[in-house]
Design a protein around this ligand. Structure first.
Ligand SMILES: O=C(O)C(=O)C[C@]1(C(=O)O)C=C[C@@H](O)C=C1
Length: 480
């Protein structure tokens, strides 16, 4: 696949996630208009929204497995078609039952897109980790643009349905853009962690796999809980005004988009994914603690921004990347498992926190602290169990660093040889000293802890000493 096609493919895949970002909140953003359309109260519209979660839950695993078998492209298209049906169908849904079915289809759309896209980015190779994180940026962009669009429709007394038509139109255009493009071969194992799994014992494998799946839950729960409760928490517990309370969520969103860009930048610099996960999760925990325990308005604002920057920076996608690299042969299945846990979070968090909020709203938000701690513990476990990730580029960085040290030492060695040559000139003895060279080679053998590489090291030393002799001869010659 040439670079131009690869770019086109990436762009179309991202465009889908812009639409998906819109899909995520379009029902919530139009609850009143939809209620009127279906002659139903708000509570019923809210119940329809839960259908999206059901759709995800039933579809993720199945579609993931199928995408390993039948190719990623089919599932990207399935996702686009399902979303298209959802957007247009919602405007014509005659009753709540059909609307609920359409919501389930939106959930299926989400699962199909994910099982076709995250896998494809890994299979495209290159800086795949960074690409998957950028998906989050396009989602956030959709979530950012839609409320503005809905508000401007409202302000101009235009039909609310235009936002649904907008999303459907982007899908049609993207459908034709994507149609001629070939996808990379599924489940090729390029850019995996070289043999990491082979070196892992069975218990370690089980620990990492469990921790990664659970991280699918906690990383999702961390974000959902915050976005659900922060506004109410700010107005009821912190006694902020209405605008200030809503503003916290905007700060979180701006933080999120900035965070994704920072994460993208760091990943392209080949910084270890797991190290980043640990640091981002520490920062998320600190900022959440500030929001929960230090009630100073500007600090709460700053902390909301930082929380978005860290908890919603694509850490979930980074977790999935690690998971995918561990199981390169079944990427679709892995994506399905990871996001099934994510869907469980979007299901259970509203229930648990709804119950907690009966006591007080602060208790609901404090539950996020617990989730944040769990997330941090999980990424630390993954980091420690997996050790340092081995990648081709990373290993080459290590070699470059070692070479830097070796060159420094060789410079010192040649300086010592400089001194030797002055002695040899004074007492007039030849450059070659075979006895000494034998001794040097013996020393090398004594100091080398790995028997197998002794002959290779001795060969290197013979070459070093040959150069050393040449250097001395030249120097002698020049001094004459
Ligand atoms: O020890 C010496 O006499 C040196 O000149 C240094 C050195 C070396 O590079 O180690 C180089 C040439 C000799 O044949 C033996 C050793």
């Amino acid at each position: 696949m040439n670079a131009h096609m690869q770019h086109r493919l990436s762009l179309s895949l991202y465009l889908n996630y812009f639409v998906h970002g819109i899909g995520l909140i379009i029902l919530a953003q139009n609850m009143q208009s939809l209620g009127q359309l279906w002659h139903a109260p708000l509570a019923t519209v809210s119940y329809v929204i839960s259908g999206v979660g059901i759709g995800r839950l039933i579809a993720y695993l199945l579609l993931g497995i199928l995408s390993d078998r039948y190719g990623r492209k089919n599932f990207v298209f399935l996702g686009m078609i399902c979303y298209f049906v959802f957007f247009l169908g919602m405007l014509g849904a005659p009753n709540i039952q059909i609307a609920y079915l359409l919501a389930i289809i939106a959930g299926i759309a989400n699962s199909a897109l994910d099982s076709g896209t995250y896998t494809t980015f890994v299979e495209l190779g290159g800086k795949e980790g960074a690409s998957n994180v950028l998906i989050k940026a396009f989602m956030s962009l959709g979530e950012f643009v839609l409320p503005l669009f809905v508000a401007s429709l409202e302000n101009n007394s235009l039909w609310f349905g235009w936002s649904f038509i907008l999303a459907a139109s982007v899908l049609i255009i993207n459908f034709f853009l994507l149609l001629p493009i070939k996808f990379p071969k599924a489940n090729q194992s390029k850019s995996t962690m070289l043999g990491t799994l082979k070196f892992l014992s069975k218990p370690r494998k089980i620990i990492i796999t469990t921790a990664l799946a659970l991280y699918g839950y906690t990383s999702m729960a961390l974000m959902i809980l915050f976005t659900q409760w922060i506004t109410l928490y700010a107005s009821e517990t912190l006694h902020m005004g209405n605008v200030a309370a809503h503003f916290l969520l905007s700060l979180y969103s701006i933080g999120s988009i900035s965070g994704v860009l920072i994460m993208f930048w760091l990943l392209r610099r080949q910084i270890s994914e797991l190290t980043l996960l640990v640091f981002f999760n520490i920062a998320a925990l600190i900022s959440l603690s500030i929001i929960c325990f230090i009630h100073i308005a500007w600090l709460t604002q700053l902390a909301s921004f930082v929380f978005g920057l860290t908890a919603a920076s694509g850490v979930m996608q980074v977790g999935l990347n690690t998971f995918l690299k561990l199981y390169p042969q079944t990427k679709g299945l892995v994506t399905g498992i990871f996001f099934t846990f994510g869907s469980l979070a979007s299901f259970t968090v509203p229930v648990i926190t709804g119950w907690l909020s009966k006591k007080n709203i602060a208790a609901a938000l404090e539950f996020d602290l617990l989730i944040s701690c769990a997330s941090l513990i999980l990424v630390v476990i993954i980091r420690l169990t997996l050790g340092k990730q081995k990648t081709l580029a990373g290993t080459r960085r290590t070699i470059s660093y070692i070479d830097k040290l070796i060159v420094r030492l060789l410079v010192r060695r040649f300086k010592a040889v400089d001194t030797i040559i002055t002695f040899k000139e004074e007492i007039n003895i030849p450059v070659l000293d075979s006895k000494r060279e034998e001794k040097v080679l013996d020393n090398v053998a004594d100091q080398c802890s790995n028997q197998k590489i002794i002959p290779y090291l001795q060969e290197i030393y013979m070459s070093i000493m040959a150069s050393s002799r040449k250097y001395q001869e030249n120097k002698r010659h020049n001094n004459k």
